[in-house]
Design a binder for this molecule. Structure first.
Ligand SMILES: [Fe+2]
Ligand SMILES: [Fe+2]
Length: 271
């Protein structure tokens, strides 16, 4: 079994942030012993210099060897994207892991833009993403903070990844199994085009929307199934779906999409 813990929207330093919630969640995650922990952005509330050391200190309690972080729109505020790099390292990550005999490929991309709430992956990243997923893998996981699909229970649609259509098409062609995101503070799963687009809620704030509790996700990949459960820190857990890992080819239709070409062998400057 591969176990992935997905948390996001920590918002350290925010008015509705709760250190107790975060510490409870991390304690539960450590007890679950995941192979990978994904922190899908908004670790700080405003990207301020005093918030990053606090966020790093809190997240250092995660015992997992493999922690994948991306910045969110809140982290990129006030030139926080530079402080993110100084604190946590690169904003984009490509890794390959061997987990319980499964070869797992993870590509995590910064979808934030300084001082904007909108997200964008950007065509200049497509080739880099494709390279990250090249070769054999049993499980391909893409991570970004913003949402590729609208999430219900969040009020009205806004801030979606500006190139969401092209990115979904690209990820489908690259045989991605899981997309892990945050941002909207509502846990949700969209099965689409051979993938499961999985959103975590806010792990440690009371900035909740349609789902009125702080939450994080535990994702189990086992026996050809992907099960997603949300967990309220210190509280209940609830299934968000138990799905087949592999879609029938006629439904995933991975190689029929004509629109996106990641590797063009020419500079985007000529675009
Ligand atoms: Fe957030
Ligand atoms: Fe966000």
């Amino acid at each position: 079994m591969v176990l992935i813990a997905q948390l996001s929207d920590v918002h350290v330093g925010g008015a509705r942030y709760s250190q107790e919630l975060l510490q409870t969640a991390i304690g539960e995650i450590n007890a679950a012993g995941p192979d990978v922990v994904v922190v899908a952005g908004d670790v700080t509330d405003d990207g301020y210099p005093d918030q990053y050391p606090l966020a790093k200190q809190e997240l250092a309690a995660i015992a997992c060897e493999h922690v994948i972080l991306v910045p969110g729109n809140h982290d990129a505020r006030n030139v926080g994207y530079v402080r993110f790099e100084d604190t946590f390292g690169t904003r984009d990550t490509r890794v390959r892991l061997e987990c319980s005999g499964l070869d797992v490929s993870i590509v995590a991309v910064d979808s934030s833009k300084p001082d904007l709430d909108e997200g964008e992956i950007g065509r200049e990243h497509y080739g880099w993403i494709e390279e990250g997923f090249t070769g054999d893998a049993d499980l391909r996981v893409f991570v970004c903070h913003h949402h590729l699909m609208p999430v219900p229970g969040t009020g009205r649609e806004r801030n979606q990844v500006l190139d969401a259509g092209d990115v979904i098409s690209l990820l489908r062609q690259l045989s991605v199994d899981l997309v892990l995101s945050g941002h909207r503070h509502v846990p949700y799963v969209w099965p689409v085009a051979g993938m499961y687009i999985v959103h975590s809620g806010t792990v440690s704030t009371m900035r909740t929307r349609g789902f009125p509790h702080p939450a994080y996700n535990l994702i189990r990949v086992e026996n050809g199934r992907i099960a997603v459960e949300l967990k309220i820190p210190g509280g209940e857990q609830q299934g968000l779906g138990d799905y087949p890992r592999d879609w029938p080819a006629e439904l995933s239709a991975r190689h029929t999409d004509p629109f996106v070409r990641a590797q063009r062998g020419e500079s985007l400057a000529n675009d």
